[in-house]
Design a protein around this ligand. Structure first.
Ligand SMILES: [Zn+2]
Length: 305
């Protein structure tokens, strides 16, 4: 059962932020795309099982619920693991089939990619995903059809936009917080968190930024979002980020290797601190709350004065 859990102690307390894990293995990351062929994936050491189980134990210890955005490719090979993730109270959502970025596909290929991933996840876990996260936050101004396709395939929400400038991704003009990208659909997009500094948006929702920069930066950013903006943050990390024992990829660019391998051994303690200091929940819960909020805002904007 994919039950929504909501710890009592946070019921009327701090804002509950969205916690997410992008479930892909060390060889499936965008940074190594040029040196590892998709056709070779099956021959590489599988670290998903041990890493996801370690994350599940960490979440149990700190009473956090989360969403696991899982590749269809991974779901097809890890049925028992996905069922355990769901049984332990977490949401399983889609991260697409094999980590192709959305802006490298046309609409037909994207439609096939997300349909194939949904089916693999449903077959593996028994639950049809209602949330989607694009690989490398690759929905942007180039892919207006992506939201239409997600809505048509029955998704309730997406968390696929990084509203920031970055060398590999980003849609700097997008809203910083939850929005409805389509006038005819309730589909909600919940962008990954950014903080404002000197009028500029900084990526502050996890991944390499969380691992490489001092913890104080993330604390400052999430506090800013919760207190000044009074909105929930959306945070993500990957199973391979807590795994210092993963195989090293030779031949990748220095910048990619630095980003991928820095501070792996410090990730688990940092996550513990983050989970203790802020309240966290599943992305479907966040989507529900953001939808209620947007209804209330629309009602008050339209109310007679
Ligand atoms: Zn990913």
């Amino acid at each position: 059962m994919n039950a929504v859990t909501f710890p009592e102690r946070h019921a009327s307390g701090p804002i509950v932020n969205g916690l997410s894990v992008d479930v892909e293995d060390w060889f499936q990351v965008g940074a190594f795309e040029d040196v590892i062929e998709r056709g070779d994936w099956d021959g590489l050491a599988d670290r998903i099982d041990r890493n996801v189980r370690e994350i599940l134990d960490l979440f149990d210890e700190l009473e956090a619920s989360a969403t696991f955005f899982t590749l269809g490719w991974v779901a097809r090979r890890h049925g028992p693991l996905l069922r355990e993730v769901a049984a332990r109270g977490h949401e399983i959502a889609s991260h697409g089939w094999d980590h192709r970025r959305v802006f490298t596909m046309g609409r037909a290929d994207f439609a096939e990619d997300i349909a194939k991933a949904s089916k693999a996840i449903e077959d593996a876990s028994g639950v049809r995903p209602t949330g989607y996260r694009a690989p490398s936050f690759s929905i942007d101004q180039r892919t207006p059809w992506a939201f239409m396709e997600l809505a048509e395939q029955g998704y309730a929400y997406s968390s696929s936009v990084a509203p920031v400038s970055h060398d590999h991704y980003g849609w700097p003009e997008a809203p910083r917080f939850a929005f409805r990208p389509l006038p005819w659909s309730p589909l909600l997009e919940m962008p990954v968190t950014t903080a404002l500094f000197a009028g500029k948006r900084l990526a502050a929702g996890g991944g390499g930024f969380f691992r490489v920069l001092p913890y104080a930066f993330s604390r400052w950013a999430i506090r800013q979002v919760n207190r000044r903006d009074a909105r929930p943050a959306v945070f993500y990390f990957h199973p391979w980020e807590i795994d210092p024992g993963q195989p090293r990829v030779a031949g990748a660019a220095l910048k990619s290797r630095l980003r991928h391998y820095t501070n792996l051994e410090r990730m688990a303690p940092k996550l513990r601190q983050l989970l203790r200091e802020f309240a966290w929940g599943r992305m479907d819960l966040l989507a529900y709350r953001e939808a209620v909020r947007s209804e209330a805002e629309a009602a008050s904007a339209g109310a007679p004065v």
